[in-house]
Design a protein around this ligand. Structure first.
Ligand code: AHR
Length: 546
């Protein structure tokens, strides 16, 4: 007979001799299996095994650890992989601009990795946006693009969804996509979330993010936020934050750091600041917060590619006066909403990367955290397979003008400044661009400025800039260029054609020491030049790094 997936033999071996000894062992084992099935009926989550025999993060949190009760997931979100071995549903939904249709992106196999090829094909030749993140628990705590809420910190506007193609990643040997947040992007759970901690109930959460794509704006958060999407006062939220924002001094170095966003404060400790943690700058980072709601909160972080978690702080919730500020965080007054990519009041200036995250019911045991981190490391998060100096997504390159012996490279200037083509005599990091699949057309390319994570090469009024992507269709089109053989005909050169409708006669060029778009004939000073074809022909090189 089969009970809850376990196969039981109808008759047990006779209880004599060697086989009898086996039977004596088998009978209690069978009894345990029956009890295990019964526990399942009673609501205790059974150990579930992935196809490769490993337990995934939510399977691990669902098990008691060293006599600490299980802390099952009440929310589990990822665009990269299943977080339960038994999960076989959709991970996220994308919407394409060409016809407004949506499609769910699921898994290659139960308990496995995202079917990124389905996204590539559905989003071919058009901008695609991530519109929904499915919760993999049975609670259906899905995340939607944060809606308009009058009176929030965002001026009452809705957020934008993140572009679906912006963050290729390798996980488990598969190509998938993380979520790349620029400003004005964020996700939230609709009201009515199920079983996420409220009031002073205990909970834990982690996210896998990146230490190379952060800023000091408020607030790259994942976790418990206000259902109202407004700042309702101290202790109304409990989310893990990662970024360079030092809200309560002191902070060590410039980060990015893990912090507890408890509302109206990003806390590194009971007093708020810290003096001994310089942050995590690795490309893939696990950050973790757990908060028992009445006495203790704990922060951990670690390299998601190779190491264990380091406890950055564990101690009392803030409930005292510090430098004239009264902290009111004990007990917590969690609202039980879920926020991703913004502050609790929808402050949406932050940038960041999100690959996976879960929230638990209860305060997880340290052993469970370690077990989860071991599973994250086993995934082998890594850059996409593009080799350095090539136009494969993920590759890091510099773009050199094609004039013989030229030392002229396309340089990224800070957001808002014209991107300049400078003659450089010594290598500089600002000349490095990360090749991305085209944000508006996945057969073409976008270029993220390595020195300004989240900023993409774009044209505006025929000048080039490195501007944060805001998820708008026009912005993503301005940030997308189609490569083809250099118009000069010189071997080894490439030209990059603008994809924004009505401007496709223009190419990435350089004129008067500035990065521009240039046309064979047009109304800009750089147009109609005899040098047009060579101005728009580039050599793709390895990064010009020091
Ligand atoms: O606590 C830091 C931030 O302060 C919160 O995320 C936001 O709601 C408020 O502006």
């Amino acid at each position: 007979m089969t009970v809850f997936g376990f196969v039981f033999r109808q008759s047990l071996p006779p209880a004599s001799g060697r086989r009898g000894a086996l039977a004596r062992l088998w009978r209690p084992l069978a009894l345990m299996l029956v009890l295990f099935g019964a526990l399942h009926v009673a609501g205790t989550t059974p150990r579930a095994e992935a196809a490769d025999g490993s337990r995934l993060p939510c399977d691990r949190y669902a098990l008691p650890t060293n006599s600490v009760a299980a802390t099952p997931c009440v929310a589990a979100h990822s665009t990269v992989r299943a977080l339960f071995a038994a999960y076989n549903g959709p991970l996220y939904q994308v919407k394409r601009a060409s016809d407004g249709k949506t499609q769910d992106i699921g898994l290659l196999a139960k308990g496995g990795y995202a079917n990124a090829a389905a996204q590539d094909s559905f989003c071919a030749n058009t901008p695609c946006t991530i519109t929904l993140l499915y919760d993999q628990t049975a609670k259906h705590n899905d995340l939607i693009i944060t809606p308009k809420v009058s009176g929030n910190a965002n001026g009452g506007a809705a957020d934008n969804g993140a572009p679906a193609e912006a963050l290729p990643v390798t996980a488990g040997g598969h190509q998938a996509y993380g979520i790349s947040f620029s400003g004005k992007m964020g996700y939230h759970s609709p009201v009515g979330q199920v079983d996420v901690a409220t009031g002073s109930q205990p909970e834990g959460m982690y996210m896998v993010t990146s230490g190379t794509h952060t800023n000091d704006q408020c607030c790259f958060d994942y976790g418990n936020g206000e259902k109202t999407i407004k700042d309702d006062g101290d202790a109304q939220m409990d989310a893990v934050f990662f970024g360079n924002r030092c809200e309560i001094s002191p902070c060590t170095g410039s980060g990015p750091w893990v912090r507890a966003d408890l509302e109206n404060g990003l806390f590194a400790s009971t007093d708020g600041g810290e003096t001994n943690y310089s942050g995590n700058t690795q490309p893939y980072v696990t950050v973790l917060l757990k908060n028992n709601g009445t006495t203790v909160f704990t922060l951990k972080s670690g390299n998601a590619q190779s190491a264990g978690l380091v406890q950055q702080f564990s101690g009392s919730l803030p409930t005292h006066t510090n430098n004239g500020t009264q902290f009111n965080y004990d007990p917590m007054k969690k609202q039980g909403g879920i926020v991703l990519g913004t502050g609790g009041d929808d402050s949406d200036g932050s940038i960041g990367s999100f690959f996976e995250g879960v929230m638990t019911q209860g305060y997880p045991a340290d052993g469970a955290d370690d077990d989860v981190q071991a599973n994250i490391v086993s995934v082998g998060y890594g850059a996409p397979t593009g080799s350095v100096g090539s136009l494969s997504p993920g590759s890091e390159i510099s773009l050199q003008t094609s004039a013989p012996n030229s030392m002229t490279y396309l340089l990224a200037a800070p957001a808002g400044s014209p991107t300049t083509v400078a003659t450089v005599t010594s290598p500089t990091p600002a000349a490095t661009w990360i090749v991305r699949r085209g944000l508006a057309n996945n057969n073409c390319l976008s270029f993220e400025a390595k020195s300004y994570p989240g900023a993409f090469l774009r044209h505006k009024s025929a000048v080039l800039y490195a501007d944060p992507d805001d998820g708008q269709v026009l912005t993503t089109q301005d940030e997308t260029f189609c490569p083809a053989g250099g118009l000069s005909g010189q071997s080894g050169t490439t030209s990059f054609q603008v994809t924004t409708p009505n401007y496709t006669n223009r190419y990435i060029g350089q004129y008067g020491g500035k990065g521009v778009t240039e046309a064979a004939s047009g109304d800009q000073p750089q147009d109609n030049q005899a040098s047009f074809k060579s101005d728009v022909s580039w050599v793709v090189t390895k990064p010009l790094v020091p």
